[in-house]
Design a protein. Structure first.
Length: 148
């Protein structure tokens, strides 16, 4: 019995097969490994909207201007006592914050404020204790405003 000799494939076909196998191996290696069971959609370019016309015809008006922030100065006996300690007391808008109160007092009465303390009274109004800067006298300011 004669042994069958395996015939070698022609050289160009063998090289081509090797290249194909190598390419397949690279493709397998390139795959992304997913470690989460949920698929995360890739982030794509999102262009800004270009509306044909503005949805608002005019910008909103600031309803809480300097005149709306301060309602009136308080003229009770305890408020008068505070004037002796270089403090003035105002009833202000409930939505106003301390910096807004400070700016409103500065603009309306031309006085510099050192500190503002606020509290909400049981009837729902906001009271602001406005401490004046050391170079201002609360008694003179109270006269100018018309409290005294």
């Amino acid at each position: 019995m004669a042994l069958k000799v395996k015939k070698e494939a022609p050289a160009p076909l063998k090289a081509e097969a090797k290249a194909k196998a190598l390419k397949a191996k690279k493709a397998v290696l390139k795959k992304k490994i997913h470690t989460s069971p949920t698929f995360q959609r890739p982030k794509t370019l999102r262009l800004r909207r270009q509306p044909k016309y503005p949805r608002k015809s005019a910008p909103r008006r600031n309803k809480l201007d300097h005149y709306a922030v301060i309602n009136f100065p308080l003229t009770t006996e305890s408020a008068m006592k505070k004037i002796e300690d270089n403090n003035t007391v105002f009833i202000v808008d409930v939505k106003a914050n301390k910096p807004q109160i400070k700016q409103a007092v500065k603009k309306l009465y031309d006085i510099h404020v050192a500190k503002v303390n606020t509290l909400i009274r049981p009837e729902g109004k906001k009271k602001a204790y406005v401490r004046l800067a050391p170079d201002y006298d609360a008694l003179d300011v109270a006269n100018k405003i018309g409290i005294i």
